[in-house]
Design a binder for this molecule. Structure first.
Ligand code: UD1
Length: 421
């Protein structure tokens, strides 16, 4: 397993080009199952999660024709299998997003239950209940969801709490269902809007994506498509924090400021200077004193849970007492003990972490535990005095494209040591 060694204290300066959004790419690649013809997707980040989903799709018979310069070409015309095996699903929960498309197009699917996950239980009950309401027969057997349908039927689906993956699965399933589906209480994340855009370009009839009620009128078939996916808002947020935590100045290119308003607002509250140029370019100057902040993670358009660990790292070196409350996942504070090993003053009180600001992190040996927790440790290390070793950074490679390369280009002292435990 690779590790990072970071010598902290270097202000980051320069330009960063933000990669395509992992969480938009994953459902969009799954939506190729619905198409009759070849699909070409641009701005796909080179990430382990993307390879995992193309492996899942390959087991079904979706052929990867090429993947060059971040453009991925998939040919779904040879789909011959309907099973997503445990070995692949266990390494990435988003594999469950093949369920809705398989059921809608072929009337059958067998997908491993994803099982536990380091940040919480994360059930898929809402996905299954909604598909059952659309006429699917669903059984759980030997750790697999086994689903079949003689053609799905449109239905009124009400989600009590917004689920990103659930909304995506049902939206995809409904594109080929008979009649109208209305999803109430839908998640409103930009990745859902992006998925709806690609599906509509394929010939689907979806209205209201990005709002809490989505209406889908089923159609008979969907075409191939060419589509470029949105920039990654969490990568953008992570680089904003990287500038702030190193007192650097960065220009972030190929991004979307309108999709990260909640992140920009909180960072500005903390004293970080941020200027937006034409929505797709953001300038950040971290050379200001940082103030404490109160953050609560909530569904979009609120502050995202996927930025909770990163803003906590920043709050650790801000003046005063911050509080950070996680409301989406029950076990998403795995970074807390690791940040404390680096000198942070943190106290967990149920879903809230009280952060008492210290002047600076201290380098130490730490262990990455999940994707966004890893990002918070990198940020802490960039600020720290001395050097930090971060083990198990394979978590990071799941979701940040070439992060070490990007950081090096803007002045960070980062070394990737390969193959160490
Ligand atoms: C997606 C994102 C993930 C992000 C999360 C919340 C992808 C690939 N992943 O995950 O990065 O952190 O949204 O913004 O896009 N829940 C249930 N039953 C269900 C479904 C969800 O109880 O059937 C619960 C979950 O356990 C969680 C909450 O609902 O507590 C939100 O989960 P959900 O929005 O579904 O997250 P994911 O789609 O898994």
């Amino acid at each position: 397993m690779d590790k990072f060694i970071i010598e902290g204290g270097k202000p980051l300066r320069g330009e960063v080009t933000i990669s395509g959004a992992k969480n938009a790419a994953l459902p969009i690649l799954c939506s190729s199952i619905l198409a009759q013809e070849r699909c070409t997707y641009a701005n796909i980040p080179k990430l382990r999660d993307i390879s995992t989903i193309t492996d899942v799709l390959a087991t079904l018979g979706v052929h990867t024709e090429s993947w060059q310069n971040n453009t991925l070409v998939l040919d779904p015309s040879g789909i011959h299998a309907f099973d997503a095996p445990y070995e692949l699903v266990k390494s990435m929960r988003a594999s469950i997003l093949v369920l809705g498309p398989l059921l809608a197009r072929f009337g059958k699917a067998k997908v491993s239950l994803p099982g536990g996950c380091s940040i919480g239980v994360r059930p898929i009950d809402m996905h299954l209940k909604a598909l059952a309401k659309m006429g699917a027969d669903i059984a759980i057997s030997h750790g697999y969801v086994i689903a079949s349908a003689q053609g799905l039927t449109g239905a009124r689906i009400v989600f009590d709490t917004p689920t990103v993956g659930g909304t995506e699965n049902i939206m995809m399933a409904a594109t080929l269902a008979r009649g109208k589906t209305v999803i109430e209480g839908a998640a409103r994340e930009p990745e859902i809007f992006d998925l709806a855009c690609v599906l509509n370009k394929m010939g689907a009839c979806i209205q209201g994506a990005g709002e809490s009620t989505i209406t889908i009128d089923g159609v008979d078939s969907l075409n191939g498509v060419e589509y470029s996916i949105i920039p990654d808002r969490i990568e953008t947020g992570t680089f904003l924090v990287a500038a702030a935590i190193t007192k650097g100045t960065l220009t972030l290119k190929n991004t979307r400021a309108d999709q990260i308003s909640a992140i920009i607002d909180k960072l500005q509250d903390m004293g970080v200077e941020i200027r937006v140029e034409n929505n797709n370019e953001i300038f950040v100057n971290g050379n200001h004193d940082l103030k404490a902040v109160q953050v609560e993670t909530v569904p979009y358009p609120g502050f995202p849970t996927d930025m909770q660990a990163q803003i906590m790292a920043l709050a650790c070196v801000a003046e005063g007492v911050s509080s950070i409350t996680e409301t989406i996942f029950e076990n998403r504070f795995m970074h807390v003990p690791e940040l404390m090993r680096m000198g942070a003053d943190l106290e967990e009180r149920g879903p809230t972490v009280i952060v008492r600001g210290v002047r600076r992190f201290q380098g130490a040996s730490v262990m990455a535990t999940d994707l966004r927790a890893s990002a918070s440790l990198i940020l802490a290390a960039l600020n720290a005095s001395g050097h930090t070793e971060i083990r198990r950074i394979y978590h990071l490679d799941r979701g940040y494209e070439a992060l070490d390369q990007k950081l090096k280009r803007i002045g960070a002292d980062v070394v990737r040591e390969r193959g160490t435990l």
